[in-house]
Design a protein around this ligand. Structure first.
Ligand code: MN
Length: 356
């Protein structure tokens, strides 16, 4: 089987459990994210609160050695056929549910310093994603500037913002302006941020998985309808792990509202919602066969493949099988667009050793 080389727009690194303990003063370190194992479960604490309890078997299944060690990770990538990858955090994702401004800011800074030296410093194939405060825009703007000057080419925000800070709220404006000015994409990762809706009862596992993808739609709707992306036409946003097929449907629905409910629409936009979405919104998927038709039949070109390494929802250790199933019958230019060129357009050029 010929190896298909790709870039991945979605993966995660697992921070050392003592990252914040070593990097922060004790009064903050004690409240930073930490995990404890007992009675077959791993319990995650953030700021003293229990925020997650998983069976240890589930936690371990998502942690091959390459999750924590970037040198082992490179061996996995070579074996899987992934060249460059966008590397989101794991434990630092919890900064987005913190309620203390200083804690969120300092945990994010410590993560960014660590990722820069211990992950991005190991290989240019790792594209780190800077963590900024979701509680205070001044803090976020300052950290964005620090991250950009250190070499970051992407910034992370959660798909669900804290209460009172919806993404159409003007409190965010300085961050949109700063990201546009720095020409750095904002990467929203699904399943992150303020309290996620949890379903109980029959179907819960699948229902809860589906629930994680609604906030991606909400975020795009907020940023387009409120005029954010219209005001900053160079600003690009990425929906990571959301799938891409929803995007044209959302664009249709927003155009319909914008046109048919014209008498209610504020602010007016200089372009139709669909034009803004098709030029400034990007989305990544792992397995979805329908994502390819989105790029071809539906004309939404900003579709990126991502492995989601090392998560259970991702393609590791079967990446080549997945890629062949997805792309063997797909035109070369389409495959290249989805697996390499779209990534390069957003994150800078990273050319695999053997390209399609
Ligand atoms: Mn992911």
């Amino acid at each position: 089987m010929v190896k298909i080389w790709v870039n991945s727009a979605d993966s995660h690194v697992l921070e050392p459990h003592d990252l914040w303990r070593d990097a922060l003063p004790k009064r903050l370190a004690d409240r930073a994210p930490r995990a404890e194992r007992a009675d077959g479960r791993e319990t995650v604490y953030v700021d003293g609160q229990i925020i997650r309890r998983d069976p240890i078997a589930f936690s371990d299944a998502m942690r091959p050695p390459g999750a924590e060690d970037p040198r082992i990770r490179l061996e996995d990538l070579d074996e899987q056929g992934v060249w460059a990858e966008v590397v989101f955090p794991s434990r630092a994702l919890w900064t987005t549910i913190m309620t203390d401004r200083e804690l969120a800011r300092e945990c994010g800074k410590a993560y960014n310093d660590w990722c820069l030296s211990e992950v991005m410093g190991v290989s240019p194939r790792f594209v780190g994603v800077a963590v900024v405060s979701v509680l205070d825009t001044d803090d976020a703007v300052a950290e964005l500037a620090r991250a950009v000057s250190a070499g970051y080419r992407a910034v992370f925000l959660p798909a669900t913002p804290p209460e009172g800070r919806d993404f159409n709220n003007e409190v965010w404006e300085p961050l949109w302006a700063a990201a546009a000015e720095a020409d750095i994409p904002i990467c929203f990762h699904i399943g992150t941020g303020a309290e996620q809706k949890v379903a109980r009862g029959p179907g819960g596992a699948v229902i809860n998985y589906v629930e994680t993808f609604y906030p991606a739609q909400r975020t795009v709707a907020h940023l387009v309808a409120s005029g954010v992306l219209d005001r900053y036409p160079g600003l690009r946003i990425v929906m990571a792990e959301s799938g891409a097929t929803f995007v044209p449907a959302l664009a249709d629905r927003m155009d319909e509202a914008y046109r048919q409910h014209d008498m209610f629409v504020r602010p007016k936009l200089s372009r139709r919602p669909s034009e803004i979405i098709y030029s400034q919104v990007y989305a990544s998927f792992q397995h979805d066969p329908s994502a390819i038709g989105t790029a071809t039949a539906l004309g939404f070109r900003n579709v990126m493949w991502g492995s989601d390494y090392p998560h259970l929802e991702g393609t590791f250790p079967n990446t080549q099988k997945v890629l062949h199933e997805l792309f063997d019958d797909v035109a070369q230019d389409v495959r290249r667009r989805i697996t390499i060129d779209c990534f390069n357009e957003v994150f800078g050029v990273a050319e695999p050793p053997v390209t399609v």
